[in-house]
Each structure stands twice: as C-alpha cells, then as structure tokens.
Design a protein around this ligand. Structure first.
Ligand SMILES: Nc1ncnc2c1ncn2[C@@H]1O[C@H](COP(=O)(O)OP(=O)(O)OP(=O)(O)O)[C@@H](O)[C@H]1O
Ligand SMILES: [Mg+2]
Length: 386
C-alpha cells in the first residue's frame, strides 16, 4: 500500500512494530534530532547490507506502524525478509534495533569496539574445523575486515596448511602468554597471509607444540586463578587491531576449550550472535553424540561462570547424500534443530584438498570454487564478494 509523501519522493508502507521499540525509536530520534523516517530508512538499508544472523526480537503484540520510505526500498526489504526466512514485522524490528544500537543516546558512553570472535569447535576429530576456520577467516579478510586467525590446536594443521612453521617448544607463544610466561609482544609472532584478495588483512597466530601441555600447565600454575579467562587475557592486547578473530580449536574438551568458549561469550553491550561458537559436524550418528557432549560442556561452563554463549551455527561438512538413509536422516536431524541453524551443507570438494596439498589459502587458490562460496556463505560475506 503506497501513498505520496508530502515532498513526493517517499511512499508510505503499512507495517507493524512492537510498541516498546516504537517508543524507543521515537525518543532516540528526537534526542538526536533525526527524522524518524530517515532513521527507519537507514536501519533497513544497513540491515539489508549485513546478513550476519541477528537474535530474533519478540514481536508479539506489535502494533500498526507506517513509515515513509524511499520508493522501492520496501519491496527490496520484503525480498530480503523472504530470503532470510523472517516475517516483515521481524525484519522491521531488527532494522530498527540495529539503528538504535548504532545510534546511542547523546551523552551515552560510546560502545567500545569489540572484535567479533568466532570459535570454531568440536571435540570430534576430522570434521572440518580447520577448513572452516581458515575459510571463513579468508572470507572476512576478502570482504575488507582485519582478521586474526588463531591456530589454537597444537597439532598445527592450520599453520602447516598455510605454509607456516608451528612454534617449537619453549619459545614465546600464545601458550606462554596464556600461562603468564609471555616474553614479548604477541604481535611479533603474527604471520600475514599473502594474496591479493586479502590485502594484507589476514594474520595468523601460529600453533605451538607447547599447546599439548596447555591443560596441565594451566591446571598446575598457581598464579592462574581463573582458568577460563586465560585465552582472553592473552589476546586482549591484540583486539584493537582486528575486526574479526577466528579460533581454530583442537579436537578436545579440556581446560583449553573452556578458555576458548569463554572467549566467545557475548560481552556486555555486544550484539547477539556476533561472537560465539561455530560448529562443523558430519551427517552421521557419532557426530550427533559428540555435539551433545560439546553442548553440555558449553552449557555447564555458561552456568558455572554466568555467561551467555551464542551458537552461531552448524556446518554440515563432507556431506554425501549417496551414502543413503544414515546421511540423509542425519542431515534432517541437524536441520530440525533450527537454532543453531545449519549455515551450509558442504560435500567432499577437491579444491579443499588441493589447497591444503599446495599449502595455499583456499580463497586465493580457488576463489570461484563451491568450497570458497560455502565459506563466504558461512561468514555472511557472499554478497560483498560477488
Ligand atoms: N568439504 C571438504 N571437502 C574436502 N576435503 C575436506 C573438506 N573439509 C575438510 N576437508 C579435509 O578433511 C581433512 C580434515 O579436515 P580438517 O582438518 O579441517 O578437520 P578438523 O576438524 O580440523 O580436524 P582435527 O580434529 O584433526 O583438527 C583435511 O585434510 C581437510 O582439508
Ligand atoms: Mg583441525
């Protein structure tokens, strides 16, 4: 439904918004001296441009709300809602929330810039943690973000696959910094991954073989009072330099994993689902059992230390529907979970194996491959790259 705006260049659309959100919008726009219609227009435009998942907003009891928008914006907004599988009311509520978060009240403390932290984890081995961690990190760097990719697995697969030597025992490393034994600045250890697409924005913190002893070192170090904060303490000095930090976790569920989960928790003033755990899984029963154990560990840590940990999503990796009922029914089970959503279903793709063999970053080696596209989809940067 459209009718002309007084100045003729906008159309009125019939929509709905929860009354509390509407009130907040009204007050904030007045405080900042911004026209409500402009605020809604900006909110919708930004929401459309950023397809990283947002926490659903309770829209029960939403009331009639009819903003004036530039011609065509509501049509494209509705198409985006359909693509994302959200109602128009939910889409508008998220757009308005986004604008409110981006435009704090005058006089309010500006929100500290928090890098997004993606913890790629699953204690089950060989499910694609390293492939996904490396791939999404590359996708973010390609999309213009400054990225730190942390090889948190003492096996050092990530480092090796990118042609980087893991750090020998006894030298300065992430593990040393986590155990309060750091000798120099961690930045000195970062390695920049070459590649035109990454523009010098993709950095790797290499693995160190000392990591095999990390749990024991943390457990026996009397100077460490809170084990779960060790990773955060080590990485915190680097955070200002990065927009996104991706952690490639080892296939284990020990103290080091607690520290990684804690690092991915939702921080104060951080929007939901910006940081959290990203879980590659396989379409088979043992993977489902492993997921239950991982979720148990996340929930019990969250309860013990009173944190919120967002699940960013699942990646069903190495999927082969030709394997029959076990594969197809397992896939259905992953999809039925709903939250976390299945962000991508990836088959066994040769480019992934070739890139590893050649010690090249996948998005540099095969930027047009299905595997590269899947990584952009998981990162939510697919549009930016096209
Ligand atoms: N979609 C894919 N297609 C083809 N090969 C893949 C795919 N995903 C992962 N691989 C390959 O499978 C192997 C295991 O994957 P990866 O190392 O990423 O798993 P992981 O979960 O990190 O293992 P670990 O638990 O040992 O750390 C690697 O050689 C990787 O390159
Ligand atoms: Mg790995």
């Amino acid at each position: 439904m459209a009718s002309p705006y007084p100045d003729g260049d906008r159309e009125k659309v019939a929509s709905k918004l929860p009354s509390a959100l509407r009130q907040e919008l009204k007050v904030r726009a007045a405080e900042l001296g911004i026209n409500i219609q402009d605020a809604v227009t900006t909110g919708i435009t930004d929401w459309q441009a950023d397809d990283s998942p947002l926490a659903p907003i309770d829209t029960s009891g939403a009331e009639s709300f009819s903003p004036w928008l530039p011609p065509g914006l509501y049509e494209s907004f509705k198409a985006t809602c359909t693509t994302r599988g959200v109602s128009y009311t939910q889409g508008l509520a998220q757009s308005v929330r986004r604008w409110l978060d981006a435009n704090p009240a005058a006089g309010a403390q500006p929100l500290a810039r928090i890098p997004e932290r993606k913890v790629v984890c699953n204690q089950k081995g060989g499910v694609g943690k390293t492939a996904v961690a490396a791939g999404v990190a590359q996708a973010y760097a390609e999309a213009g973000k400054r990225v730190l990719l942390v090889d948190y697995d003492p096996q050092g697969h990530l480092s090796e696959q990118l042609g980087i030597e893991p750090i020998p025992p006894g030298l300065d490393s992430l593990v040393a910094h986590m155990c309060a034994e750091g000798k120099a600045d961690l930045r000195d250890l970062l390695v920049v991954i070459e590649g035109e697409r990454f523009g010098g924005r993709l950095h790797v913190l290499p693995a160190c073989f000392d990591g095999f002893l990390l749990d024991a070192k943390i457990a026996t170090n009397i100077r460490i009072r809170r084990r779960e904060i060790t990773l955060e303490q080590a990485l915190e000095p680097l955070e200002d330099d990065f927009d996104v930090i991706v952690i490639d976790c080892p296939p284990s569920l020990g103290i080091a994993m607690d520290a990684a989960i804690y690092y991915g928790r939702r921080r104060k003033n951080e929007r939901p689902k910006k940081s959290g755990v990203l879980i590659p899984v396989l379409a088979e029963d043992s993977s489902a059992t492993a997921y239950v154990m991982l979720a148990d560990q996340i929930e019990s840590l969250a309860e013990d230390v009173d944190i919120d940990v967002d699940y960013l999503g699942l990646v069903v990796n190495l999927y082969d529907g030709r394997r029959g009922y076990v594969a197809t029914s397992s896939l259905e089970q992953w999809q039925q979970i709903g939250d976390p959503p299945v962000l991508a279903i990836i088959s066994d793709l040769k480019e992934q194996r070739e890139a590893v063999r050649k010690r090249r970053a996948l998005l540099d080696y095969a930027p047009q491959s299905d595997q590269a596209e899947a990584m952009r989809k998981i990162a939510g940067t697919a549009k930016a790259a096209s």
